[in-house]
Design a binder for this molecule. Structure first.
Ligand code: HEM
Length: 141
């Protein structure tokens, strides 16, 4: 279940970018960053780069997380749904546990299929959302 949630957050990260302010001049790889500039780190780009994830980058493949988050991509820093470093999301464990609990509670009671009326149209309004909702058909077990 962790792999499925990880892959969902890779393809549809709720936060499309993370932000940092450069506090002092610093070299970052080939770049010399001056102080007091704002950096936008576009999660949606690093999550969809075939050079990092392979040519199957746009496919839903939870298996790529079989050996954990750090081994899933060529660059272990490329996976950023919860940000990275000392200011990474403090709610990561809560969010992951809650998602697993909700899924487990649903799966204990129902099988479900996607409704034929569903239209795949993720869009951004503060966070990533399904533009027309997600219509599913529940089958009681
Ligand atoms: C799927 C659910 C969630 C996602 C994808 C998410 C994502 C993020 C991201 C991308 C950041 C910015 C990290 C950075 O700048 O490096 C962040 C920060 C934060 N998140 Fe979450 N978050 C989620 C759930 C939660 C929950 C459930 C809580 C609280 C219970 C929470 C509390 C926070 C807080 C307090 C920060 C600011 C941390 C700081 O600045 O030190 N988040 N989150």
């Amino acid at each position: 279940m962790t792999m499925i949630i990880n892959e969902t957050l890779r393809l549809y990260p709720p936060a499309l970018s993370i932000f940092r302010r450069v506090s002092r001049e610093i070299r970052l790889g080939k770049l010399l960053l001056p102080a007091n500039i704002d950096l936008i780190i576009p999660t949606i780009v690093t999550h969809n780069d075939p050079k990092i994830w392979g040519e199957d980058v746009h496919l839903f493949k939870p298996d790529r997380f079989a050996e954990g988050v750090t081994k899933a991509a060529k660059n272990p820093m490329a996976y950023l749904p919860f940000g990275l470093g000392p200011r990474a999301c403090v709610g990561i464990n809560f969010a992951m546990t809650e998602a697993k609990l909700v899924l487990a509670m649903i799966l204990q009671r129902y099988a479900f299929t996607l409704s034929p009326t569903y239209v795949h149209s993720p869009y951004q309004r503060l966070i990533t959302l399904p533009q027309h909702g997600v219509q599913i058909i529940l089958h009681a077990l």
